[in-house]
Design a protein around this ligand. Structure first.
Ligand code: SF4
Ligand code: SF4
Ligand code: SF4
Length: 312
């Protein structure tokens, strides 16, 4: 990161950019915060780590009146920005994107469950993390605590950025989506039981909506009182309606970054839904959201050989 920071400081000094958007190291409570760095001191604070559990694309639209900004992005964040540009939410000419290598993001819920105590500090190693807290020291292998979406990441590389800091390997690996397969193998009664158990925990705090870069409507259907799509108060039917309508709005627009799941205070496995749409779009339409700025979002185009077996 030091080389990149040097380059960004010089761009800031020369007036080529107004600032740099990235995450600031904050090892506990496992959530690095987004920062729009407008001084050289602030640029020094930016970091690329397992603790960057949110999606930086969410915060670009919140910066007002800028000529050009630099943004530090991982694969899923680069695709988010491509999608936001394709949907005319941001102007690609006003961004200078820097691609970062990515080892994945930590699954907060699993880390807390694995340690089962008060965490004071977490150290990141090559293949593991070391947690210190009131239960002593515990080392956990990364493959146990990385988000499930990251183990089935569709593209860690960042081929469309302005400055690369990693080599590109477009061949990728076979995508497995183990969490989706686990649910697909259940019969419909067990699937319903599983999702009902998950969504019964939902308090409708809407943190999953707030952190999602693609949930940017000024007025969300759940807040509408004319018509009322979702009643206020607690009812499992309304909770499930919220999640189903949200996921339909996400089809072809979700980058499966997992930020919604990691932000959920109840540990609800939202990635079972986001990974399912990602997997099906790849299998049925060979479609990966946000590959380029030029590509239209899924429902903005069609191919003559698209599968039509969902049409009655
Ligand atoms: S989804 Fe992929 S690019 Fe995004 S944080 Fe996870 S591993 Fe990195
Ligand atoms: S963040 Fe979790 S608890 Fe809050 S609305 Fe979303 S799923 Fe429900
Ligand atoms: S729905 Fe979740 S996984 Fe999909 S883009 Fe939004 S935050 Fe990321």
């Amino acid at each position: 990161m030091d080389d990149i920071k040097g380059k960004l400081k010089s761009m800031l000094r020369n007036g080529e950019i107004d600032g740099v958007l990235g995450f600031v190291e904050q090892k506990y409570p496992l959530k690095n915060y987004p920062l729009f760095a407008q001084t050289e001191d602030d640029i020094n604070k930016l970091s690329n780590s397992l603790f960057n559990i949110l999606n930086i694309g969410t915060y670009i639209r919140r910066i007002k009146d800028f000529k050009k900004i630099a943004v530090l992005v991982r694969g899923c964040e680069e695709r988010t920005i491509n999608l936001l540009c394709a949907e005319h939410q941001i102007d690609r000419d006003k961004l200078f994107l820097i691609g970062l290598p990515c080892k994945g993001a930590l699954d907060v819920y699993t880390v807390e469950k694995e340690y089962n105590g008060k965490i004071d500090e977490i150290e990141e190693k090559d293949m593991s993390i070391v947690i210190k807290g009131n239960k002593g020291e515990k080392e956990i292998l990364l493959n146990k605590v990385i988000s499930s979406v990251c183990t089935s990441c569709v593209r860690k590389e960042t081929p469309t950025v302005d400055l690369q800091t990693q080599s590109l390997n477009e061949n990728g690996e076979d995508l497995i989506f183990p969490s989706v397969k686990e649910i697909e193998e259940k019969n419909y009664k067990d699937r319903w039981k599983f999702f009902k158990n998950q969504f019964e925990k939902c308090t409708r705090c809407y943190a999953c909506r707030e952190v999602c870069p693609m949930c940017y409507c000024e007025s969300c259907f759940v807040d509408s009182n004319d018509p009322v799509w979702v009643e206020p108060g607690y009812s499992i039917e309304d909770i499930i309606s919220f999640h189903l309508i949200k996921i339909f709005h996400m089809a072809g627009r979700c980058v499966n970054c997992g930020a919604c799941e990691r932000a959920c205070p109840e540990g609800i496995r939202l990635s079972y839904l986001t990974s399912k749409i990602t997997k099906d779009l790849i299998a049925d339409y060979d479609y990966i959201s946000g590959k380029t700025v030029q590509e239209k979002p899924m429902f903005g185009e069609y191919k003559l050989n698209d599968k039509g077996d969902f049409i009655l």
